[in-house]
Write a protein that binds this ligand. Sequence first.
Ligand SMILES: [Zn+2]
Length: 240
Amino acid sequence: MPQVPAAPLKRITSEALLVRSVPYGETDLVVQLLTESDGRLGAIVRGGRKSQKRVGGALEPFHTIRVELEDKGRELATLKEARLSRVRTGIATSLEALDAAGAALRWARQLCPPRTPEPAAWGTLTHLLDALDGGVAHPKVELAAAALRLLADVGYALDLDRCVGCGKPRPAGRPAYVDAARGGIVCTSCGGARRLVEAELLDVARAAQGGDGSRITQAHAAAILAIVEEAMGAHAGIEA
Ligand SMILES: [Zn+2]
C-alpha cells in the first residue's frame, strides 16, 4: 500500500498576543493568537477550559505571552505551552485604556491575514499596549495614532495626498472628501464622498500615518477613529 507522507510538524516558539478565545466542546478552547514569528494563527488548547495549569493562566488579552505551538499546517495549530512574558495589568485600571486596547486587538484580528508575519503591525500593537499600560493621559489619542499606523503596516494605508480614483493631488490647505472604504481621498470629479475632512485633520492624520502622532488632539482622535472604523469595516472580511 502506498504510504501517505505525514504532514511535516512544525514547532513554533514565539511571543504572541491573544486576540480571541472561545470555548470549544466540553473542555477545550480555540484561541486566535497574533504571533510575532508567524502572524495570526488559530490554535486549540486541549483541556484549556478545565485547567489553566499547563498554560499558567497566561491566556488573557493585553499581556505578551510566550507560546509553544505544534503546527501541522491545518486550520488550527495546537497550543502546547503558554507563559506570561510581558504583563500589562495597568491597562485594566482605566476603562478608556481597556476600550482602546480591546479595539486595537479586534482590528489586529480583522486586518492581519492568517499565517503571515506582520512585524510592523506587531511593533505598533505592542507599542500601543505598553503606552496604555503605562497610563497615558488620553488613550483615544494613542489609539488613533496606532490605528492609522496599523492600516499602513498591513498595506491598507489611507491615501491622504491624492484622489484614489484619478490620482489628482490634494490642494494644500483645502478640505477633501474621504471615503475610507475606498482607501482615502476621493475628489469631486470622481464623485466625492459623504465625509468632508478639514485640511488640518488630513495633515495631522497624514503625519500620524508616517509615524508622527504628536499633533493628534482629542478632537482629532474622535474624527480619526470614525474614519479608521470605516476603513477597518471595509477590510474586515478576511477573518478566518
Ligand atoms: Zn479623482
